[in-house]
Design a protein around this ligand. Structure first.
Ligand code: CIR
Length: 253
């Protein structure tokens, strides 16, 4: 069974990190309702949701994806690029310890899980404002014994690699072609997000379905037209904190 680790939305989410977005008010009740709807969708898909307790001293802690990279053979505890987020890893480390052998990105390297796209035995790592090449090298050393190949890819114009590209099917990637160089992914079928929905390349493919923000209907149509089982969920308030759906889930499959 797929375990989906989530974390309660902290009351302090309005103080989150923002890089490419202006700060606008976030409705706490609304963002919590969105998060609950995402968890309900995960349960409906047969996932076991493990929700970590709220940490109101860590405004971005709902975005658990950034705290680790979970592979079948091991979990790599991240070292988030934003200093305000480094405290998030402790509880996640404690949770993952029971599920996988652990490795840990060592300082001064920094890595956000949102920059790591897992494509089978290939790990594509975004070089972003949060993730550096030293972390890529560490990840390579940690995963090489298990047969992984790690490849770095510059991220431009957006926060994380997975803001620009996510895997939506065995053979297909959802991309924003303005934000990622698609020639870096040979052999894949591409579905481009609709040009009017540039933040629409982040989809959470899990348990045979694709969870997707309902505020990007044109891209949702494209995913459905491609034959995918698309389940839309509300995520517009989460988006104000520069988070997508993958960011809210740490998948342990
Ligand atoms: C941050 O800037 O770190 C948060 N406000 C958003 C993190 C989103 N995480 C992700 O894309 N994996």
């Amino acid at each position: 069974m797929t375990i989906a680790i989530t974390r309660a939305v902290p009351a302090s989410i309005a103080e989150c990190e923002l890089t490419h977005l202006p700060r606008v008010p976030i409705d706490l009740a609304e963002v919590r309702a969105e998060h609950a709807a995402l968890e309900a969708a995960l349960v409906e898909l047969g996932c076991k949701v493990r929700r970590l307790p709220e940490r109101s001293d860590l405004p971005d802690s709902v975005f658990v994806e950034d705290t680790a990279v979970v592979l079948p053979e091991l979990a790599v505890v991240a070292r988030p690029g934003a200093p305000s987020r480094r405290g998030e890893v402790a509880d996640v480390r404690d949770t993952l310890r029971a599920l996988r052998p652990l490795a840990e990105i060592q300082p001064p390297a920094t890595l956000d899980g949102g920059d790591v796209l897992i494509l089978g035995r290939e790990l594509v790592v975004g070089l972003s404002s949060r993730t550096d090449y030293a972390a890529v090298q560490q990840l390579q050393r940690m995963t090489e014994p298990f047969g992984y190949r790690v490849r770095a890819l510059p991220v431009r114009a957006c926060l994380h690699l997975k803001s620009a590209v996510t895997r939506v099917a065995e053979d297909a990637l959802l991309v924003n072609p303005d934000w990622v160089d698609t020639t870096a992914f040979t052999g894949w079928r591409f579905i481009a997000c609709h040009p009017s929905e540039p933040f629409g390349a982040n989809a959470l493919a899990i348990a045979g379905a694709v969870l997707y923000p309902e505020h990007f209907p044109r891209t949702a149509d494209r995913l459905a037209m491609a034959g995918l089982d698309v389940r839309t969920v509300p995520a517009a308030e989460l988006a104000k904190a520069e988070g997508g759906l993958t960011c809210c889930v740490l998948r342990v499959a």
